[in-house]
Design a protein around this ligand. Structure first.
Ligand SMILES: C[S@@+](CC[C@H](N)C(=O)[O-])C[C@H]1O[C@@H](n2cnc3c(N)ncnc32)[C@H](O)[C@@H]1O
Length: 319
């Protein structure tokens, strides 16, 4: 993988996302998540780790000890993302992850997805059924907070032990509570979390103001970060508080952080893995940062247009 130029790497990834997005969008074409140009960089972060995770777990845990490999997408969306105009499609995190692992020849044994929006959840079921009929999957159409304990029980009730790759990808802080994510983070395996640093800072600032909503904001941030947030003097300290809280969970000690710039307001993809995996997590951090850093922010939308245009030329018009 590392031998490819950044340009080849991006081209290959974008084509994979666009081609599968187009196919999957033929089911319920109106039901999509909307992407910002940077959503694709987020997908690359998630799926690049699958490129490390699946082969290692397959060899060291599945083949040697009979473990199941599970993919758990806790805010999975509809399985397809579209641009605002609705004419360019990408596969989503869940569908893309499965395609990636299948392409590696190290498929997940089962897939669990949560999507609180009923319509998106139903469409995700159809899209997954259309391409992964041989794999076991379950979509929970509910808020993560209501089902995370049930998911952990399901994982632990399997005859074989399970190692999971968990994705937690909220829009801002919607649905991101400690109560919702903590049970999942105790599962054996890795977790990737989208973290909006500036959003956290805005909540913190609102929470220390003297106005009506302050109490609600304070409760929310305390629930997610634990004590210590009041004295944070900059956004980065809040991110560190969150990271340190997750790192105290056994099996989540190794941490990587990739910055994704979005109109001057960066967010982060945080990766948590077990102690001992520090060097591979660093490798992910460095390689992904270099790959996605090679795309100039202003060039990204042009690049997406060009790559989508290539698909249109290859497969005919989308409409
Ligand atoms: C950023 S989108 C996810 C996009 C998806 N990961 C992808 O890349 O294709 C967040 C999704 O979480 C869903 N959501 C919001 N609150 C939720 C909650 N409490 N539990 C589960 N899903 C939730 C939203 O409906 C939305 O589809």
């Amino acid at each position: 993988m590392s031998k490819k130029t950044d340009e080849e790497f991006l081209h290959e990834n974008l084509q994979l996302y666009i081609e599968n997005g187009k196919t999957l969008s033929q089911i319920d074409p109106e039901i999509v998540n909307e992407y910002g140009n940077h959503s694709v960089l987020k997908l690359i972060c998630m799926h690049y780790w699958i490129g490390f995770f699946c082969p290692i777990c397959y060899k060291n845990l599945k083949e040697k000890y009979g473990y199941n490999l599970a993919y758990i997408d806790t805010m999975a969306g509809a399985g397809v993302t579209a641009n605002r105009e609705g004419n360019n499609f990408f596969c989503g995190s869940c569908t893309g992850a499965i395609i990636r692992s299948n392409n590696l020849g190290k498929p997940f044994d089962f897939i669990l997805a949560v999507e609180s929006d009923k319509t998106r959840g139903e469409t995700l079921v159809k899209r997954l059924s259309s391409i992964f009929s041989s794999q076991l999957f379950q979509v929970y159409s509910d808020s993560l907070e209501n089902v995370s304990d049930e998911i952990v029980r399901f994982v632990n009730s399997q005859k074989q032990k399970t190692v999971s790759y968990i994705v937690i990808d909220p829009e801002g802080f919607e649905g991101l509570t400690w109560k919702a994510i903590f049970p999942l983070l105790t599962c054996k395996g890795d977790a990737m979390i989208t973290w909006f640093e500036d959003g956290a800072w805005r909540i913190k600032q609102a929470a220390v103001q003297d106005h009506r909503t302050a109490e609600g904001q304070a409760r929310m941030i305390e629930e997610l970060l634990g004590p210590g947030w009041r004295t944070a003097s900059n956004p980065n300290e809040l991110t560190d508080l969150f990271i340190q809280r997750v790192r105290r969970i056994p099996g989540k000690e190794a941490v990587g952080k990739v910055k994704i710039s979005q109109n001057g307001s960066p967010y982060y993809m945080l990766l948590f893995s077990m102690a001992g995996n520090e060097s591979i997590v660093k490798k992910w951090e460095n390689e992904v940062s270099r790959r996605i850093g090679s795309v100039d922010r202003d060039d990204l939308s042009t690049l997406l247009e060009v790559e989508s245009g290539r698909q249109k030329t290859l497969f005919g018009s989308f409409k």
